[in-house]
Design a protein around this ligand. Sequence first.
Ligand SMILES: C[S@@+](CC[C@H](N)C(=O)[O-])C[C@H]1O[C@@H](n2cnc3c(N)ncnc32)[C@H](O)[C@@H]1O
Length: 267
Amino acid sequence: MGAKDIVPRIARLFGRANHTGDAVPIPHAGLRSRDEIYQWIGQGIGRFKEWYQPVDFGNGVIAHQTCPPDWTPRPGLLSDIGGGMAKWNYIVRKHLPDVSRMRILDVGCSSGLFSLELARMGAREVVGIDRDSSIAHRSSRVPPPQDVIAQANFVKQAFELLEGRAYPVTYRALDVGRLQARELGRFDLILALCVVYHELDRMPKLLRTLAAMTDYLLLQANEAHGGELGNYSSVRYHLRVLKEVGFRTVEVDAPVDYLLPVIVAKK
Ligand SMILES: C[S@@+](CC[C@H](N)C(=O)[O-])C[C@H]1O[C@@H](n2cnc3c(N)ncnc32)[C@H](O)[C@@H]1O
């Protein structure tokens, strides 16, 4: 089958890219060659308006971060240590314990880049939670309503097709502001990178809930925000609440000139 034949076939599979980001599963059955898979991925990227994490699928196919107000892709941000795999490699990865056989929760998993990485590192099970289009981002109206969980499932399907393996990763659309401690069970490790402070005055309740679900929490604060959000996103506020909810050992990695410090909290 040549490229000429593939394009109409892919178009039939997808319909037009329309930025709906809805939860309709994107069919991929029958894709065989890498060319077909990459064409499928390229089409799928266009279904989602918001790409917070830039995702490099290889072969030059990249979902670049999109930013308000126009949500056009920003190629320059792929290597920015403020997000995505560049951030992971710069400041997150080195703070992880040996994750093999761990059950891990990724709170605010976004497109699921880090959930997949944890699975690649040997985690037994990873659960990622984020918004669907009915769940609001409390601190800001900037992210458009979007089914982020559909996006994470699309990214997972893409890498599973490319790598010819299945990952023990599941995603759930759950409002972190309404998370119940017993809803998902206990975890060996919880990651909540750049997310808990978006709940503003509900942040202590969310951290108390996470504390009931794990003894080991990896958080990322944000010293770049100002105003009310800046108060909640500061390391100072994180440390105060983490002590209150029962974490006895709390370490901070705050490199000079880097505004997203990582906090490792253990009971
Ligand atoms: C700043 S992004 C961080 C994403 C990812 N953890 C990272 O570090 O790259 C915050 C994430 O939290 C999610 N989020 C915000 N409010 C949420 C809510 N109420 N329920 C579930 N997810 C939420 C957003 O959709 C987004 O994916």
